[in-house]
Design a protein around this ligand. Structure first.
Ligand code: AP5
Ligand code: MG
Length: 217
């Protein structure tokens, strides 16, 4: 038995926050395409350098390299029972590729697709005050989810940083790219009977509870 969950929603809606919590509570691997690109960049791989040219502009990395990276990640042992996918798929081509990968490698399919919904002004606000742990990737927010000690991760004491692509101009462009290229996946998964709408205007814990209740069904 496998469980594959795809988290959908615009930049800053809380996908990474929820994926991290859900993966710890349900015991599934958390696969974030954005984190994988950032890890590649940190290690100065060719993929990382290529991805950076798109990420810094708030554009999507081309489908072929993104799909290749996710295919490799899904082949690791921690995915045998499934995974929570955060930020992938982001285009219809990626969604089709995921269906094929899951069918061929796991004899499985996407089980549920929670889409987190908030108003657009909240996205810009949340991203302007997001702080991420360099070592563990834990996500904080200066207002809604502050670390106990400024600039330090609650979980391992590592340094917190602000992402380069969280500048207001880049955020606005990322939201537009989401609307143009990714939002259509909402109707794609609705038609496949997989979509679950989740109110993202609640507290982080309330969003988790709403999602867990919906996933049980
Ligand atoms: P990626 O890293 O995936 O960024 P994103 O989708 O733009 O989303 P974010 O990570 O910015 O937001 P999030 O929804 O995870 O929110 P978070 O939980 O952090 O992608 C980055 C780039 O990589 C892309 O632009 C693209 O270039 C490339 N890329 C990635 N995947 C790709 C793909 N498949 N194809 C092609 N290119 C790809 O929360 C945000 C803030 O809000 C935090 O401060 C958090 O503490 C706070 N918060 C969360 N929930 C709540 C709540 N309920 N109440 C109050 N505050 C909250
Ligand atoms: Mg994220």
């Amino acid at each position: 038995m496998t469980t594959f969950i795809v988290l959908l929603g615009p930049p800053g809606v809380g996908k990474g926050t929820q994926a991290k919590i859900l993966s710890e509570r349900i015991g599934l691997a958390h696969i974030s395409s954005g984190d994988l690109f950032r890890e590649n960049l940190k290690n100065q791989t060719e993929l990382g350098k290529l991805a950076q040219t798109f990420m810094s502009r708030g554009e999507l990395v081309p489908d072929d390299v993104t799909i290749m990276m996710i295919r490799e990640r899904l082949s690791r042992p921690d995915c045998v029972i499934g995974a929570i996918l955060d930020g992938f798929p982001r285009t219809p081509i990626q969604a089709d590729a995921l269906e094929i990968m899951l069918a061929e490698e796991f004899n499985a399919q996407v089980d549920a697709v929670p889409v987190i919904i908030v108003t657009e002004d909240v996205l810009v606000q949340r991203l302007s005050d997001r702080w991420t742990c360099r070592a563990s990737g834990h996500i904080f927010n200066g207002k809604s989810n502050p670390p106990k000690e400024t600039g330090k991760c609650d979980f391992d004491g590592s340094e917190l940083y602000q992402r380069d692509d969280d500048k207001p101009e880049t955020v606005k462009h990322r939201i537009q790219v989401y609307l143009d290229q990714s939002a259509q996946l909402i109707s794609y998964y609705r038609e496949h009977g997989k979509l679950v709408e989740v109110d993202g205007m609640q507290t982080i814990e309330q969003v988790t509870q709403t999602m867990m209740a919906a996933l049980k069904k």
